[in-house]
Design a protein around this ligand. Structure first.
Ligand code: CDP
Length: 220
């Protein structure tokens, strides 16, 4: 297997990152969490009070961002922000940042660069449609908004973050709406993606199903 690309797209909280991590481990792939990259930009813009409507400000601040990604450690200008990017505050801002064309262009380029010459699984919104439209395996994960909010609540609880279920659900619905209606790289199932509804499936069932598809594609 050489330069194998697996694209996993889907809405907020559909289980992409959990599934992608396991698949990476099982199939010896590099995992790239592209949502974390948008979250890093959102965090930087928030901390530096960037006016999202001011293109010059966006451009200048974007050029000041240096991202280093080591497995699931996310380093923003030398600082480990792995925890800071998962807060409700960043979740509240990220979709507004991710709809800016300039931001998407920079991150898509970076995602292609990081993946060059490797066997990779990437998760996001536009991997199968924009970043790697020729990926041999594309998965589109979905689940009901309520189920996704429940999963996110559980993650917050594990991290000791207190959040209200209704607020989490509202954020998920809001992000789905912004992500799927933006003009650049909207959340959309690629025509050749395999859709899997994970609402009533265990993590193991989902990973088994995708592993079967990997074997089918690679013949390994
Ligand atoms: O983990 P969760 O499902 O909450 O979302 P995420 O994958 O961390 O992505 C956070 C946000 O980044 C999304 O709601 C999108 O606005 C944006 N994003 C994007 O626009 N394109 C991607 N390829 C990945 C994320």
């Amino acid at each position: 297997m050489k330069n194998f690309i697996m694209a996993i797209d889907g809405p907020a909280g559909s289980g992409k990152s959990t599934i992608a991590k396991i698949l990476a481990e099982k199939n010896n792939l590099t995992y790239l969490d592209t949502g974390a990259m948008y979250r890093m930009v959102a965090l930087y813009f928030f901390e530096n009070n960037v006016d999202l409507d001011n293109d010059m400000e966006v451009k200048i601040n974007l050029s000041k961002i240096k991202m280093d990604i080591e497995k699931d450690k996310f380093i923003l200008n030398g600082k480990d922000v792995s925890k800071d990017i998962r807060t409700p505050r960043v979740s509240g801002l990220v979709s507004f940042v991710a709809r800016i064309k300039r931001v998407r262009e920079k991150l898509v380029e970076l995602q292609r660069e990081i993946s060059r010459g490797k066997n990779v699984v990437l998760d996001g919104r536009d991997i199968g449609t924009v970043v790697f439209p020729d990926a041999p395996l594309k998965i589109f994960l979905i689940a009901s908004a309520e189920e996704r909010a429940k999963r996110r609540m559980k993650e917050y609880e594990e991290k000791g973050i207190k959040e209200d279920f209704e607020a989490v659900l509202a954020n998920i619905k809001e992000r789905d709406m912004i992500d799927s209606t933006r003009s650049e790289g909207p959340l959309k199932k690629a025509d050749d993606a395999v859709e899997i509804d994970t609402s009533f499936m265990t993590i193991e069932e989902v990973t088994d199903e995708i592993t079967r598809l990997v074997k089918e594609k690679t013949g390994e």
